[in-house]
Design a protein around this ligand. Structure first.
Ligand code: FAD
Ligand code: NAI
Length: 468
């Protein structure tokens, strides 16, 4: 008798592995196909987790070098042990990826190592590295194959001198000069890691601002902070060529609109201009799964492709390329397949940039509200007016809350500050309950916490903030 799975998921990133676990919990017989030897996808292996391990370690290094004396802790300047920092990162990655292997076993999920392709609805072929193939019979298939970094035309990534985020997570020494191409999330997070460890970082960005898509107020103030941290910015500029020289790299730039060429010398260039959906090797064209102009697998509101029994979630479909968005889609899809009612609220997906300070955002930006012609009011509160922030030398930044001008319903929240990524969730929960800024302002907040600044921003929308 042939084993027939209820669900076969191709890809074990935060979309695929979470979908697998939830489906197994709901009683389905689940298989996961992963081409890599470890589970967890981009996020656990070369994304969220290793980058946060290096961001934490480099921030500690920076703090020990610059802030301890202010706190009355005199130490000789810290010395960098980069190999040990990389061991810390690798240990964190393997603890997390082996955690997924444990959860798969616990939930009786069958895994197959190899490249998955779809022969037709109901049949997945797994090709191992040695060329051996296995066929899986399955009632449903989920494409959770994630994304890969976008290349710059004519520029070849070697992951040593010209790197993507993957190479930037394992440089063997601190570059003297690092050029980051793209002032998005990856460029600013990984640029921060190497700047803190001693690199001179120059960011070349095509647009005339950093972090497109984030609230412009926050991005503007954050850019000033990054300049203080030693970053150089070349906005409205494009890279046209990178040449390898005896000294390192010669990077040619020109104004985005065209014009005179300039050269920047660097020893490493990080290309971080976005990521694109990954459908390589799946054989989707052969079976006729529809792909959008942007390369995303097309789905309906139940994550179903145009072919019955084939679904897709995560970075490979439309929406923000975020781990928690992929995971939420995985849970909802598993629940829908089990006959439950479930949905993802795409209006309330937080986004965090894990720099120093952090940036966290949920809901609409001020620019979006303007574009959509929604009448809104703004409540702002600076961390300068917050006692706990001052005690922790973290008084930079502010909280900004946007609420409907008539109903007071909170439409968006944006925080620039230490631990913003933790604080954003009270605004997210409030928005899930369609709460108003008054609800937030009436909620007692523990003192002294940085979250009091969130309440003060809500107060600023009504009766007025106290500590300003
Ligand atoms: P992925 O995690 O990309 O997983 C896809 C998996 O499918 C991979 O394991 C791949 O090997 C496998 N696969 C692909 N094709 C096949 C095939 N044909 N057969 C078998 N297996 C296949 N997001 C956040 O929310 N927070 C962060 O802090 C964050 N930091 C990031 C930092 C970096 C440097 C990068 C690059 C990304 C970061 N992201 C972050 C984005 C996050 O990693 C992605 O949004 C998330 O991993 C998407 O999950 P996914 O399951 O859709 O795909
Ligand atoms: P991004 O989309 O965040 O930023 C890319 C930047 O490159 C943009 O500012 C864009 O204008 C610029 N750009 C594009 N083409 C260019 C060119 N030719 N020259 C110069 N600049 C150019 O993409 P990024 O940083 O690569 O990250 C990819 C994805 O990974 C993001 O969508 C993000 O969601 C996810 N990610 C999330 C993280 C988090 O949640 N903390 C951390 C890292 C990545």
């Amino acid at each position: 008798m042939v084993d027939v799975f209820d669900l076969t998921i191709i890809g074990s990133g935060p979309g695929g592995y979470v979908c697998a676990i939830r489906a197994a919990q709901l009683g389905m017989k689940v298989a996961v196909v992963e081409q890599n030897p470890t589970f967890g996808g981009t996020c656990l292996n070369v994304g969220c987790i290793p980058s946060k391990a290096l961001l934490y370690a480099s921030e500690m290094f920076e703090q020990a070098g610059h802030n301890f004396d202010k706190l009355g802790i005199d130490i000789d300047g810290p010395r960098l042990n980069l190999p040990q920092m990389m061991i810390h990162k690798d240990d964190v990655v393997s603890a997390n990826t082996s955690g997924i292997a444990f959860l798969f076993k616990k939930n009786k999920i069958t895994s197959f190592e190899g490249l998955g392709s779809i022969e037709k609805a109901g049949k997945v072929l797994v090709t191992a590295k040695d060329g051996k193939t296995q066929s899986i019979d399955t009632k449903n298939i989920v494409i959770a194959t994630g994304s890969v970094s976008t290349d710059l035309p004519n520029i070849k990534i070697d992951e040593e001198k010209i790197v993507s985020s993957t190479g930037a997570l394992k440089l063997s020494k601190v570059p003297q000069n690092l050029v980051v191409i793209g002032a998005g999330v990856i460029g600013l997070e990984l640029g921060s890691v190497w700047a803190r460890l001693g690199a001179k970082v120059t960011v070349v960005e095509y647009l005339d601002r950093i972090l497109p898509g984030m609230d412009a107020d926050i991005a503007k103030q954050f850019m000033r902070m990054l300049k203080k941290q030693g970053f150089d910015f070349k906005l409205a500029t494009k890279v046209t060529n990178i040449e390898k020289t005896s000294k390192g790299l010669s990077i040619t730039t020109e104004a985005a609109a065209g014009g005179e060429q300039q050269n920047i010398e660097a020893d490493v260039a990080l290309v971080a201009i976005g990521r694109k959906p990954n459908v390589t090797g799946l054989g989707l064209d052969k079976i006729g799964v529809e792909i959008s102009e942007r390369g995303q697998v097309k789905i309906d509101s139940s994550y179903k492709t145009n072919i019955d029994g084939i679904y897709a979630i995560g970075d490979v479909v439309e929406g923000p390329m975020l781990a928690h968005k992929a995971s939420d889609e995985g849970v909802v899809l598993a629940e829908k397949l089990a006959g439950h009612t479930a949905h993802v609220n795409y209006g309330v997906i937080p986004g965090v940039v894990y720099t120093s300070p952090e940036i966290a955002s949920v809901g609409k930006t001020e620019e979006e509200l303007k574009e959509q012609g929604i009448a809104y009011k703004v409540g702002k509160f600076p961390f300068m007016g917050n006692g706990r922030a001052k005690a922790m030398l973290a008084a930079d930044g502010f909280v900004k809350i946007l609420a409907d001008a008539t109903t007071d319903r909170v439409l968006g929240g944006h925080i620039l500050g230490h631990n913003a990524g933790e604080m954003i969730h009270e605004i997210a929960v409030l928005m899930e309950f369609s709460g108003s800024s008054e609800d937030l302002a009436l909620t007692c907040h523990a003192h002294p916490t940085m979250s009091e600044a969130v309440r003060e921003a809500a107060l600023a929308l009504g009766d007025g903030a106290i500590h300003i």
